[in-house]
Ligand binder design. Sequence first.
Ligand code: GDP
Ligand code: ZN
Length: 395
Amino acid sequence: MQAEINIGMLGHVDHGKTTLTSALTGKWTDTHSEEIKRGISIRLGYADFKVFRCPKCGKFSMSEECSCGGKGELLRKISIIDAPGHETLMTAVIAASNILDGALFLIAANEQCPQPQTIEHLIVLQSMGVKSVIVVQTKIDLVTKEKAIENYRQIKAFLKGTVVETAPIIPVSAHYHLNLDELVKRIEMTIKTPERDESAKLRIYISRSFDVNRPGAEMKKLKGGVLGGSIIQGVLKKGEKIEIRPGVVKKAGGAPIPILSEAQSIMEESESLDAARPGGLIAIGTTLDPSLTKSDALVGSMVGRPGEMPDALSSIKVKYEMLKRTDLEIAPLRDGEPIVVNVHTATGVGVINGLAKGIVTVVLKKPMVAEKGGRVALSKRVGQRWRLAAWGMVV
Ligand code: GDP
Ligand code: ZN
């Protein structure tokens, strides 16, 4: 069984995103890398869990055995997407909003609401049009009943007049696994699996790539390169021919050459699939020379069927809006300024060459693949770091 939906985790630092992800899925999302620390690339952490409902008592759970002694029925599998750090989280949510079916918005019960990043993440949720949101009041074990109610009122007041005004607010303690059954029930009710258009052109965003062979492996036992990513639309079947863009650049400054290959195997976590649809993170075993895929070399690529792929862009036009940040003043974009463009899983570095009527043109150092309508995060240099400055859509 493949995960059917992706749910993003949002909320102020230390409000319990990683702990709740672990309480739901039993896994810690591991998303550390040098690039993340430098603040340019984003890497999404995925962790799946299964939802069961007990036919005897009606309770929802992440495990088959129910506390009443009954045996739960499997409803579906859900993938949680987490990203480390405030800056990368916001960038990731904007750039990946096309793959999110909903979000959990975490607010800690033991702090005043709102905290600075609570405000920023709400702005991101509003701008991205993530439709189904559940507010999770976390760390409920740290406060008295009266404090919890007071905090609930603060949350209600804070959400008034926003897109999530009517979102359910579910109190939980991830540490003590309190009320997670109610949270799971709300997820089932609020974040439904959307209708997927199976005839749509296949689009897969690659978020990791590997060489799975151990050093010294025998030549005839070598496995082809592996690609990890999310299907955004369409269906990928085992054995199908695939095309990877932009592809390989043979000489510096030259046009990239698309890569042709075949999906020899498809996995989700430890399960092998004959066909994969949107939802969760899949791994595709290809016929490629693993030297092409090792060490995340193909991250940011798009995969589809040969003949159905968009061309790589050497410059990109984005209809954008500046992001209102609470932590720092961001100057407007300037012509000639260097800028980082994140769209789906791709990161591009470029220079602004044209600003008019809310549309920025960025000339990219290396070509990237992005389709019209794709959500974009733009970061500019502030001091020594790249800071998220604007968001928008490819036009
Ligand atoms: P993140 O930055 O949003 O991912 O937050 P973390 O999941 O790393 O949690 C921040 C801190 O809060 C950690 O020390 C957790 O152990 C603690 N924490 C998270 N959830 C709970 C909870 O339900 N109860 C209590 N008491 N502490 C929690
Ligand atoms: Zn039961």
